[in-house]
Design a protein around this ligand. Structure first.
Ligand SMILES: Nc1ncnc2c1ncn2[C@@H]1O[C@H](COP(=O)(O)OP(=O)(O)OP(=O)(O)O)[C@@H](O)[C@H]1O
Ligand SMILES: [Mg+2]
Length: 268
């Protein structure tokens, strides 16, 4: 386990590290102009996301986690700095980068099949059916393709959301507190599921969560943001094999280290 300062502050990255980089965020600033005064949200964010890794981002409430994710996905324009995915500057959203949100965005009036097929656009029915059924199987919803969201549990709806995001074959999956609306048991189940899906599909996953335990359970590396105006305080490597056990000493040390950075006083 090791905490590293944001790479750019240590000077130029070695070429080998850049070679495996999927997303490179450099000195990103984001200011929201408001009537009263400008809100300075991101103030010099540096972060490198590696190809195929599972990266978690944690930080104080309201520090700019969602803003950073939106900027990386191209939904928000940055004020200055640069964000490159596969060496290309991000200027707009792309179907290669999809979001999974906390509040499920599936359409209540569409069946599971129609929800998952929605983003695929026009294509021959057989081809669409093949893709939709493949992702229904991947998320474990076989037999529910004709069901409507009202007939599904919270966890099942979240599975539909994952399947719909994955069906368009993105290469980066952005997860913004995707388990927040689920009950505790379903949340644990969905955490296991997302690791399985991530392993099977080999996507680059970036998860924003306020839950430090969730970050340590799921991620290869955890980026910790500072308070607003935010930058990345440190990026911690997680050396633990999966599945992980929160009782492992390294698990606890990593959690403590993150809490220390977040400045949270914990009562034992
Ligand atoms: N469109 C906007 N216009 C003005 N201010 C905004 C806008 N979007 C976000 N903000 C401000 O930017 C700051 C960061 O918001 P953001 O949602 O990115 O934080 P967050 O870390 O995701 O918060 P949370 O932990 O509550 O999810 C907040 O102070 C918010 O008020
Ligand atoms: Mg947020």
């Amino acid at each position: 386990m090791s905490a590293t300062e944001p790479e750019a502050r240590q000077g130029a990255e070695p070429r080998t590290m850049q070679a495996g980089a999927k997303i490179v965020v450099r000195d990103v600033r984001k200011t929201f102009p408001t009537k009263k005064e400008d809100v300075n949200v991101l103030d010099g964010v540096d972060l490198t996301v590696r190809e195929g890794e599972f990266l978690a981002i944690v930080g104080p409430s309201g520090c700019g986690k969602s803003t950073l994710l939106n900027c990386m996905a191209g939904f928000e324009r940055i004020t200055s700095g640069s964000i490159r995915i596969d060496s290309e500057e991000i200027e707009r959203p792309s179907p290669k980068r999809v979001f999974v949100f906390q509040e499920t965005g599936i359409f209540p009036w569409y069946s599971v099949w129609d929800n998952i097929g929605f983003g695929l656009g026009k294509m021959p029915f057989d081809k669409k059916h093949e893709i939709v059924m493949r992702y229904i199987a991947l998320v474990g919803l076989e037999g529910f393709e004709k069901a409507f969201p009202a007939e599904l549990s919270g966890g099942m709806k979240q599975r539909v959301e994952f399947a719909r995001a994955l069906a368009v074959e993105p290469d980066v999956l952005f997860l913004d507190e995707p388990f927040g609306a689920l009950d505790a048991f379903t949340r644990l189940e969905m955490r296991r599921e997302i690791v399985r899906i991530w392993k099977e599909t080999g996507k680059t996953c970036i998860l924003v969560t306020h839950d430090v335990e969730e970050a340590v359970e799921l991620a290869d590396r955890v980026a910790v943001m500072t308070r607003r105006p935010a930058r990345i305080h440190s990026v911690l490597d997680n050396p633990l094999e999966r599945p992980r056990d929160s009782d492992q000493p390294v698990f606890r040390e990593l959690k403590d280290q993150i809490f220390e950075i977040l400045g949270v006083e914990r009562r034992v």
